[in-house]
Design a protein around this ligand. Structure first.
Ligand SMILES: Cc1ncc(C[n+]2csc(CCOP(=O)(O)OP(=O)(O)O)c2C)c(N)n1
Ligand SMILES: [Mg+2]
Length: 339
């Protein structure tokens, strides 16, 4: 049971916003799954259903100038940071109206306007980029914290450890947030790691670290806010682990047959949307209020789907844009003239 009184400091309006965003992420993901089975979305597609509270609580703890780096399970993370459902869905469809004009796709969502620097498919490879963003902020004297989402599997990678080492040495303003959903593809955590609380990886470098449950959006917000405040006040980076779970397989091509019987049903008892509803009801929100939100979420998600479907494909002539930098200063000037 969630104690509504524990949400001290979080207003009903905030929690309504967070609930709406979690519900929107889930609905967008469900429609993405539908589009995938109809071959309207091709390639890789990793859904975030079950983990919504992590991205929504964490994003609420950030300031606009803060930067975010993510892995490939990024649809919900970029929406929680402010990207529209339309721009994300259109990107999944590979359309010109997508957030990276259809050339990045599911795993490479990014938008400089909201300081969301991607979306990366190499497991653990993005963690040093977050350290780099934190270093840049420190070097330029900017008041920005870098938040890095990573999976439990990524916390086994060398690049992750190297990023921790330098971040702690230089006391960079970074928060590394491991979303421990218990699986790296089809391999469960007890089969690949001797310890299961990935925040303990921080002990080896002397980094502030702790683990928390990632199902209740208010708990996530409280924990990430504490970590972000720590990093912002120049006390150094923090390694967090949010215990969470993905309801679907690793990607759309994984039927997830490797789970223990009953495991999914058990974890659904802590469903993020249900926990938020319980809290909201404790704050006086009625069933009718909730129905109105669910209806508007349904409309927004369906609108995103229709928008994606009816949007134009990218122009093949633009295929190499954003891929290769101009080779010389002269080339750069020429391509700028061409527009
Ligand atoms: C360096 C590297 N090795 C292997 C892979 C294949 N691979 C893709 S996702 C994945 C599992 C990662 O699991 P985790 O970090 O827990 O993230 P989750 O999918 O659970 O969000 C693996 C091994 C890869 N993309 N990159
Ligand atoms: Mg995982």
């Amino acid at each position: 049971m969630t104690d509504a009184a524990a949400s001290d400091g979080v207003t009903k309006e905030q929690l309504l916003d967070w609930y709406r965003m979690m519900a929107l992420i889930r609905r967008v993901e469900e429609l993405a799954a539908k589009a995938y089975t109809q071959r309207k979305i091709l390639g890789f597609c990793h859904l975030y259903i079950g983990q919504e509270a992590v991205a929504v609580g964490a994003s609420a703890a950030l300031e606009p100038q803060d930067t975010v780096v993510a892995a490939y399970r990024d649809h919900g993370q970029i929406m929680a940071r402010g990207a529209s459902a339309r721009s994300v869905m259109a990107e999944l469809f590979g359309k010109d109206t997508g957030i990276t004009r259809g050339v990045g796709g599911s795993m490479h969502l990014a938008d400089n306007e909201i300081n969301f620097f991607g979306g990366y498919g190499i497991v653990g490879g993005h963690v040093p980029l977050a350290a780099g963003a934190a270093f840049a902020a420190r070097y330029r004297g900017e008041d920005a914290v870098a938040l890095c989402y990573l999976g439990d599997g990524a916390a086994q990678q060398g690049a992750f450890f190297e990023a921790l080492l330098l971040s702690q040495l230089w006391k960079l303003p970074a928060v590394f947030l491991v979303e421990n959903n218990y699986y790296a593809m089809g391999t469960s955590i007890e089969r690949y790691s001797a310890i299961q609380d990935m925040s303990r990886r921080g002990d080896g470098v002397g980094m502030e670290r702790w683990q928390f449950q990632g199902f209740d959006v208010v708990d996530v917000y409280d924990n990430v806010k504490r970590a972000v405040d720590h990093a912002r006040s120049r006390k150094g980076p923090v390694l967090l682990e949010a215990v969470t779970y993905r309801y679907r397989g690793h990607s759309m091509s994984d039927p997830a047959k490797y789970r223990k019987e009953g495991e999914l049903d058990e974890v659904k008892k802590k469903d993020a949307l249900e926990l938020a509803i319980e809290r909201l009801k404790g704050m006086g929100v009625t069933d009718d209020d909730l129905k109105a939100i669910q209806q508007s979420v349904e409309e927004e998600a369906q609108d995103a789907y229709d928008f994606a479907e009816s949007s134009p494909d990218p122009d093949p002539a633009d295929l190499y844009d954003y891929t290769y930098a101009p080779a010389t200063v002269d080339d750069a000037a020429a391509s700028a003239e061409e527009g």
